[in-house]
Design a binder for this molecule. Structure first.
Ligand SMILES: [Zn+2]
Length: 305
């Protein structure tokens, strides 16, 4: 998960650019809604700064006319998301600001814009730039049309929430069993001084985008690679060497992004004495679940003679 700067496009310019190519009848209807869109955009920004997006139920109720609601949603789908439309340049600029990496998960490639509050329920916010967040396909599909029902159910907002300076994502190693490989579970472990409502939102974010499971999928091949690296450490794979290497990786990843899955994983590994003491050998898939007293040197054994 990563913070992003709020897009520099103002609501009125974005909306009028999008509707500029509408046919006269639709344009006149949409022009009548312009002030309501701008007002909703202002209310949205204030609520996002105050972490009260779940309270914007009156915006969801406006406008009441069903044709108006449908036309507003189409401003996004037909006049902003669609290639070749004037609004698409703004769409691309907001999307490209993420430099390809999804800010919601930190692992997917950006493919679309996600409505932080869904356009289905909040048509006035369909093209409000502050409500449009670059997202990968998995994050966008997983969230679908979910609206936060309470303050602590709101996903993190990359433009408005401060969540990336201090580690709060943690991991725990899950040992190999007879049928499952070694993996890790990811969970929230925030500083105890943090506001419990915000900590609940961190958990809501993990749950909403299924991040614990998606991060766990990345772990297996990573642990296997580490296992081969440790086996090849010069001077033997002693605990000090493995421990030092893990500590420096944990520090490096944490420095880059304290809440990436790699940061959380390496902090967990660097603190796990069982893993450092030889548990890492299980991750190759070549070792039995119990560590034998006399371990062969994996790398040497596998090199052609
Ligand atoms: Zn994503």
């Amino acid at each position: 998960m990563r913070r992003m700067e709020l897009p520099a496009f103002d609501v009125r310019t974005t909306y009028t650019t999008c509707i500029s190519i509408a046919r006269p009848a639709a344009k006149s209807r949409l022009k009548n809604l312009e002030d309501a869109v701008v007002k909703a955009g202002e209310e949205y920004e204030t609520a996002a700064k105050n972490h009260t997006l779940h309270d914007l139920t009156d915006i969801a109720a406006r406008p009441s006319d069903l044709t108006d609601r449908k036309q507003l949603k189409k401003v996004y789908t037909d006049r902003m998301a669609k290639k070749g439309t004037p609004g698409h340049e703004i769409y691309n600029a907001i999307k490209n600001a993420a430099e390809d990496l999804c800010p919601l998960c930190g692992i997917g490639k950006v493919e679309t814009l996600d409505h932080q509050l869904p356009k289905g329920s909040y048509p006035l916010l369909a093209v409000v730039p502050a409500n449009l967040v670059p997202a990968c396909r998995d994050c966008n599909t997983g969230k679908a049309d979910a609206s936060p029902a309470a303050a602590d159910a709101q996903a993190l907002h990359p433009y408005f929430d401060e969540f990336s300076g201090t580690p709060w994502l943690a991991a725990r190693l899950v040992r190999k069993t007879a049928t499952t490989p070694m993996t890790a579970r990811f969970f929230v472990d925030a500083p105890s001084a943090w506001d419990p409502a915000f900590v609940a939102r961190l958990q809501a974010h993990l749950d909403l985008f299924n991040l614990s499971e998606r991060y766990a999928l990345q772990v297996g091949s990573h642990l296997s690679t580490l296992s081969f690296m440790f086996a090849a450490l010069p001077g033997g794979s002693d605990e000090d060497g493995v421990g030092r290497l893990l500590a420096s990786h944990a520090e490096g990843w944490t420095h880059t992004n304290p809440n990436s899955w790699e940061s959380a994983l390496y902090r967990a590994l660097a603190a796990d004495s069982w893993y450092i003491g030889g548990g890492w050998r299980q991750a190759t898939g070549l070792q039995p679940a119990a560590v034998a007293p006399e371990e062969p040197d994996l790398m040497t054994d596998q090199l052609p003679v």
